[in-house]
Design a protein around this ligand. Structure first.
Ligand SMILES: [Zn+2]
Length: 411
């Protein structure tokens, strides 16, 4: 059993095998075999029966179903251990593709991955998402058409679409963004506004949540059971992975770290409170702070270029960001005790210039006297992290509830 299997699905499999409902049990067992084949690359029916404790006949019938779905394929014969040579089974990682969309406050991203997380195609462009929803949706639909046209030959190859948005998402109404954080999007139904055929499964989630998912599947969080991902951009949010799953909270708004008050006398925030973290470490306040000190940059990446060239003002700006962020990260670590905290977004590209002062601040303010440096790291997935995570949410759903995804897919 590979490590990625153990960490991503172990708790799920225990519950899968204890279910009493028979119809449900067949679905659970189907998903269990699918995950084993996905994680193991190559296997046989006999090995699967041994690993799962299911009967040989159940395994054969379920594997036939997976072959019908084209998710699994037979690839030649293995070595005989006495009797007939077993048939090798492989996961067909390129039988389908997934589209992941990153709707940011001021950019759009689109990614196509195969079922092993390999990036087939990637695009990103600036867009006035927060202020001009109609124009941005038009731009997004063009982007979707372009990336689908260049990466897949047949629309049947599209397994599903994951969408990340810069807003908390209510599980009851995932198609609407929060009017508090995205007021111009009030009453816009995201599902109806995006040009995707009706029968394609679609999942909408908060950007930091899917960022956390991307990290635990493919990035700096691989092998972690508990982690926090902090997305630093126009807005600031955190996504939590607990026992391999995204933790959303009661109403879907867990992780609004950006609205943790770090200075009750601080500036007024879009949410109405005063001195929220985002009023210090959001992209706009950072650029304004730099401007006051004499650095005229329009984008965080430009500020980071100045930092790389050794500009002392840029260094001061980043270390003051690290101090504010450190207060929130120390609080988060005290509450959650995560294995790892991963920073993503434009600002995370500052690397050690941000990490060093941040770790220092956290060390003086958290409950542990010695925090290993490996506890707080920057993302290794770069600008693709959110789109990749959105796509991964579809892959995760496929590997845990394949029948649900395929029923919808078949229309
Ligand atoms: Zn706020």
């Amino acid at each position: 059993m590979t490590d990625r299997y153990k960490n991503l699905f172990s708790t799920l499999d225990q519950s899968a095998l204890s279910r009493a409902d028979k119809v449900h049990l067949r679905d659970q067992n189907l998903a269990l075999l699918l995950r084993k084949i996905w994680a193991g690359h190559e296997t046989t029916r006999a090995t699967l029966a041994r690993q799962t404790g299911l009967s040989r006949s159940s395994v054969s019938s379920l594997v036939d179903h997976l072959i019908d779905m084209r998710l699994v394929e037979e690839r030649g014969e293995g070595i005989s251990t006495g009797g007939r040579k077993p048939t090798i089974l492989r996961f067909n990682y390129q039988s389908k593709f997934i589209l992941g969309l990153d709707i940011g406050a001021s950019h759009l991203g689109a990614i196509i991955i195969d079922l092993n997380g390999q990036v087939i195609s990637w695009r990103q462009e600036p867009a006035p998402v927060r202020l001009q929803p109609a124009q941005s949706l038009h731009q997004l639909n063009r982007l979707i058409q372009e990336i689908l046209d260049e990466s897949i030959t047949n629309r049947d190859q599209l397994l599903g679409v994951g969408i990340a948005v810069p807003s908390p998402i209510s599980p009851q109404n995932p198609q609407y963004l929060s009017p508090t954080f995205m007021p111009t999007w009030r009453d816009i139904n995201l599902i109806e506004s995006i040009s995707i055929p009706d029968n394609i499964p679609l999942l909408i989630d908060n950007d930091a949540n899917v960022g956390a998912l991307a990290e635990v599947w493919w990035g700096a969080g691989q092998g972690c059971n508990q982690l926090a991902f902090i997305k630093l951009g126009t807005g600031v949010g955190a996504g939590f992975i607990i026992d391999g799953k995204v933790f959303r909270g009661h109403g879907g708004s867990a992780g609004e770290l950006g609205h943790m008050v770090i200075d009750p006398e601080g500036p007024t925030c879009v949410c109405g409170l005063q001195g929220c973290l985002v009023t210090f470490v959001g992209s706009q306040p950072i650029l304004k702070h730099a401007q006051k000190l004499g650095l005229e940059h329009q984008k965080i990446t430009d500020l980071l270029s100045a930092l790389k060239e050794g500009d002392p003002i840029a260094r001061d700006v980043i270390s003051s960001v690290a101090k504010s962020l450190g207060l929130a990260v120390a609080g988060l670590m005290n509450m959650m005790n995560p294995e790892r905290v991963i920073l993503g977004g434009d600002l995370a590209l500052a690397g050690d210039s941000l990490l060093h002062p941040l770790r220092e601040c956290v060390q003086t303010r958290s409950l542990w006297s010695a925090i290993s440096n490996s506890n707080i790291v920057t993302s290794t997935l770069g600008e693709q992290v959110i789109a990749l995570g959105a796509a991964t949410s579809i892959l995760q759903r496929t590997l845990t509830q394949p029948n649900q995804v395929f029923t919808q897919w078949r229309g």
